[in-house]
Design a protein around this ligand. Structure first.
Ligand code: HEM
Ligand code: HEM
Length: 175
């Protein structure tokens, strides 16, 4: 782990690619949940799952890179703000890992594969773990619909406050 007080260039690229991918995944997941018919739900979910394959790879890379590089000291002006940023950043990363693992596990434990835009499929024969199937679905949906959006709202609101008040070290421009 490095002890840098700034995010590296790779971290910045990782941050914004993940932000784009995750907001897209949230939009697709929520749109599937609110679809007016089963056919539309299946279609939107198909895109969510296909893109999800690449999001899975990217999130794992991004989290491993963060573990390798470490977290620079964050920008809060008070101990409370620093603690909030510390908690929210780690919680977002944990929830992203939860999302990209529970999504595929939900499919595999039902004997389904990750179909990727009709190009190829990724299968793992885990039907014997069907006992965890519903738990995977509940965790994925609850975290995707409530927990992750709530943390991202807190994170973005914190960023806006820092931008308006003037952060001592990092600004959104750093990320
Ligand atoms: C950061 C990544 C992800 C986010 C934010 C996310 C978010 C969501 C959300 C919000 C839903 C909505 C559920 C609803 O309203 O019913 C959902 C459903 C679903 N997601 Fe994801 N997801 C992610 C990754 C994945 C991955 C990697 C896969 C599989 C490759 C996947 C497979 C599914 C499936 C199969 C459902 C439907 C579950 C059901 O039928 O109840 N997701 N996701
Ligand atoms: C308008 C949108 C966003 C802005 C302005 C923004 C800004 C920032 C800034 C300035 C930091 C550094 C904070 C510090 O040094 O204390 C940061 C860190 C972080 N952000 Fe965001 N962010 C945004 C969206 C997102 C989204 C959508 C995600 C998740 C998908 C995310 C996940 C993270 C994480 C996990 C960190 C901790 C460091 C890291 O591992 O990259 N951010 N963000």
């Amino acid at each position: 782990m490095s002890d840098s007080s700034r995010y590296s260039g790779i971290s910045t690229i990782n941050h914004w690619i993940t932000a784009l991918l995750v907001v897209t995944m949230l939009a697709l997941g929520l749109a599937a949940g609110a679809a007016p018919s089963d056919a539309i739900e299946d279609y939107v979910l198909g895109i969510h799952i296909s893109l999800g394959f690449f999001v899975l790879i990217f999130v794992i890379w991004r989290v491993l890179f963060r573990l390798y590089e470490g977290f620079p000291a964050n920008v809060g002006r008070t101990a409370y703000e620093r603690w909030a940023a510390y908690f929210v950043h780690r919680a977002i990363l944990v929830l992203l890992v939860v999302q990209v693992l529970t999504g595929p596990l939900y499919l595999f434990t039902e004997d389904e594969c990750i179909g990727v835009f009709g190009w190829f499929s990724v299968c793992l024969p885990l039907a014997s773990l069907s006992i965890i199937h519903e738990a995977m679905e509940s965790i994925h949906v609850y975290s995707g619909v409530y927990l992750l959006p709530a943390l991202l709202i807190l994170h973005i609101a914190g960023g806006i406050v820092h931008y308006l008040i003037g952060a001592p070290r990092h600004t959104p421009a750093d990320m």
